[in-house]
Ligand binder design. Structure first.
Ligand SMILES: Cc1ncc(COP(=O)(O)O)c(C=O)c1O
Length: 394
């Protein structure tokens, strides 16, 4: 029997069911070799260290840790993050840092600060699926920015800005999700300059920047942001653990104060306990050492994936060459229907995410995303062997 409800809100009308959520249900079965989700390797989670940090927090600071806290976040953690920001080339103090429920909440809050129904967001095309969903709930429109192997092309922006009057530009400059592409330094500087010239607010979403396995680090777009129009978001999800749900944004005061009001309305504050556990973890261990460990394992897995694809994929398929992150993006021949390939792959117990979900409008039919952080080398080799056989079969 179906329940009776009031009419649902208009904002749900343009939201599509996500293929990835359906796929993730299938990939939960252990016999499936999954290149699908964006999951870190759970065997690398610092479980003992987080447990020790939780003990320290409860014994030293239990009352505050279990109490309501400030919406801005716990002071010590905000200090730590501000210092990390300066190490990444961003001039920020603790007061500029808002701690959030993962960086996903940053997208929700920034969207709510700036977007009215029908407002335009410029994005890379393809872009992060849950960013599309987040802005869709606010009934935004999407306009893609032309991109190539160095990321979005800043020279294309002035015309797009003139034509569409966008409220926001959303970019993932490091090892982009889903393509793995990194925006070059010169383009970052150009983007900051164009944004300033046109008073365009940029959301720089950087969950993967610390996961670099090759090449040299590039400073964030925010590093070149003299006008204060870039909001920089990052997270501990990929460097510590996503289940903790601790992310942050660095924002100028006029945006910060508005996000803070909206955060109060959304959840009052991010878990006092989890924030303190993360802070204790960071200050009683050597997080750089843990990061080195993750980088070594993921870098090896990326190399194995590339080698396996190179050895087995048929002509007509090519893929990106990420220098970090968790994803690689495959483009097949025009005739490829990645949804259909996925169905055949699932029958062979292999999964990936078809490109479709990453395009705000049309596109993606002959693309798919492969995650390499969550599978062992043996499973990567075997998964690619099965995938390539199905691609060859056409
Ligand atoms: C580009 C991008 N932004 C944001 C997020 C959300 O991360 P979290 O909310 O765990 O910090 C992800 C997660 O995969 C992502 O890929």
């Amino acid at each position: 029997m179906s329940a009776v409800h009031s009419e649902f809100a208009h904002r749900l009308a343009q939201m599509r069911p996500s293929t990835i959520r359906e796929i993730l249900k299938v990939t939960a079965q252990p016999e499936i070799i999954s290149f699908a989700g964006g999951l870190p390797a759970p065997e690398l989670f610092p479980i003992a260290e987080v447990q020790a940090a939780a003990d320290v927090v409860l014994s030293r600071d239990g009352r505050a840790a279990l109490q309501y806290g400030p919406s801005e976040g716990v002071a010590g953690l905000r200090e730590w993050i501000a210092q990390e920001m300066r190490a990444r080339g961003i001039q920020a103090g603790a007061d500029d840092v808002l701690v959030t429920n993962g960086s996903q909440q940053v997208l929700d809050l920034v969207g709510k600060v700036f977007l009215n129904p029908g407002d335009v967001v410029l994005t890379e095309n393809p872009t992060y699926l849950a960013a599309i969903q987040s802005f869709q709930t606010l009934e935004a429109k999407f306009v893609p920015v032309p991109t190539d192997e160095e990321g979005l092309i800043p020279e294309a922006l002035p015309d797009l800005i003139k034509t569409h009057r966008p409220k926001l530009l959303y970019t993932i400059p490091n090892f982009q999700n889903p393509t793995g592409i990194t925006l070059s330094a010169s383009r970052r500087a150009a983007l900051a300059k164009i944004a300033a010239a046109h008073s365009l607010t940029v959301i720089e979403d950087d969950p993967y920047g610390k996961l670099r396995y090759r090449g040299t680090e590039v400073p964030p777009v925010k590093h070149w942001d003299e006008a204060g129009c870039v909001l920089y978001a990052s997270t501990f999800s990929k460097t510590v653990a996503p289940g903790l749900r601790i992310g942050w944004v660095v924002a100028p005061p006029e945006v910060f104060s508005r996000m803070l009001i909206l955060k109060q309305a959304a959840d009052l504050h991010t878990s006092s306990f989890d924030q303190r556990v993360v802070h204790a973890y960071l200050t009683t261990n050597n997080p750089a050492e843990h990061l080195e460990k993750i980088r070594a394992v993921y870098g090896e897995r990326l190399g194995i994936l590339q080698e396996a694809l190179g050895a087995a994929m048929p002509a007509g398929y090519h893929w990106t060459k990420p220098e970090g992150g968790m994803f690689l993006w495959v483009t097949g021949p025009e005739s490829l229907d990645a949804m259909n390939l996925l169905q055949r792959c699932i029958a062979e117990k292999v999964a990936f995410v078809p490109g479709r979900d990453f395009f705000p409008a049309d596109g993606g039919k002959n693309h798919f995303r492969l995650n390499f952080s969550n599978s062992t080398p043996e499973r990567i080799r075997e998964g690619v062997r099965r995938l390539a056989a199905l691609c060859r079969a056409g």
